[in-house]
Design a protein around this ligand. Structure first.
Ligand code: HMG
Ligand code: MG
Length: 305
């Protein structure tokens, strides 16, 4: 991990707002605004900013401009700009756009897998294996996402053992990091802690990340519980942007500003400028004409006035 830690324990915040956030916004931003957002996030010191996705534009029209977005970024800079890829066609597009890191995705729920990728979990894994392999041959790292690890909008409860089986398969397929996604934000601290502890039985803790949506307001508590069992990689989204177009009712990701505020309080130094981040969250919320879902971001803006 190339995170920017000065002296204290390593912690990586993976910013997913430009992808997970903007894929779910009704208003489609111009590519130039997306580029501006990504550049501002990188300038805040975020080490990893998931920039876009090379999925089917028929499925997610908000990400149809992925190539243009990548063309506006300095892909040689120290900031990592991974992109989401569903299949070999997506990998080809990502390579042409200069991506140096990708993320593939599957689910722990059959029904969610069908709705999100039009195939079963097993089929999605068979589809992503050659993607990870071809990426690795080009020196491109692949993160693996698993959705619905703590609940599914269609199936309800998901067995932790089933999640871990999928995680093991992704890790064995060559994914360099596994992100456990609470897609609909129904997870609780107890369940999150147990799941991470179980997953860490077969996957090294430093290869595990957690990805919480905040529908039930549990995300920060869940992250803290996961940190207590050893997690040091957390996904989050500036201003709490986000959701999943195929997870009805799911709210945005936990806000990056709130996560960074908590991490600083815990003594982790992630090298992120929280004031700049709060300004960026306020800016993108006003561009989108929506409420800023970061409590810390709103409070910091208030104290400035
Ligand atoms: P499909 O319809 O079964 O596949 O979709 P297909 O191969 O028949 O393709 C349909 C059309 O899309 C074809 O075009 C393909 O060429 C085109 P047509 O012939 O009809 O003109 N196509 C593509 N175009 C551009 N780039 C591509 C691509 N692939 C096919 N890569 C597929 C299957 C997987 C492609 C589709 O279901 C898909 O793109 N799904 C993506 C859904 C998505 O992006 N969901 C949100 C991201 S996941 C998420 O948010 C969860 C996460 O945040 C973690 C969490 O919170 O849980 C990661
Ligand atoms: Mg997500």
């Amino acid at each position: 991990m190339t995170d920017r830690v000065n002296g204290t324990e390593r912690f990586t915040v993976v910013e997913v707002g430009p992808r997970d956030g903007l894929q779910n916004e009704k208003s489609v931003l111009p590519a130039a605004t997306k580029i501006e957002l990504i550049k501002r996030l990188a300038a805040c010191g975020l080490p990893v900013v998931e920039a876009t996705s090379f999925v089917s534009p028929k499925w997610v029209p908000q990400m149809a401009d992925a190539h243009e977005v990548m063309a506006g970024l300095d892909l040689q800079s120290a900031t990592r700009f991974p992109v989401l890829v569903p299949n070999l066609h997506g990998l080809d597009r990502a390579r042409q756009a200069g991506a140096r890191e990708i993320a593939v995705f599957t689910a722990a729920s059959e029904q969610f897998s069908q709705r999100n990728t039009n195939c079963s979990i097993a089929e999605s894994i068979e589809r992503l294996k050659p993607v990870v392999e071809a990426a690795a041959a080009d020196g491109i790292r692949a993160r693996g996402y698993i959705s619905c690890v703590l609940g599914c909008p269609y199936e309800g409860r998901i067995s932790p053992a089933a999640v871990v089986r999928v995680a093991e398969t992704l890790y064995a397929a060559g994914c360099t990091e596994i992100s456990l996604g609470d897609t609909i934000g129904t997870g609780t601290a107890g369940a999150a802690r147990k799941l991470v502890a179980l997953a860490a039985g077969s996957i090294p803790m430093d290869k595990l990340a957690v990805h919480f949506h905040d529908t039930y307001g549990q995300a920060l508590a869940n992250i803290l519980a996961c940190i207590e069992v050893g997690i040091r990689i957390v996904d989050s989204s500036v201003a709490g942007l986000g959701g999943c177009p195929y997870a009805p009712g799911a709210s945005g990701n936990v806000a990056t500003e709130d996560v960074v505020y908590m991490l600083q309080g815990l003594g982790f130094d992630c090298g992120i400028d929280l004031s700049q981040l709060a300004l960026t969250g306020g800016w993108i919320s006003s561009v989108l004409g929506r409420d800023n879902n970061s409590r810390a971001g709103r409070a910091l803006a208030m104290y400035k006035e």
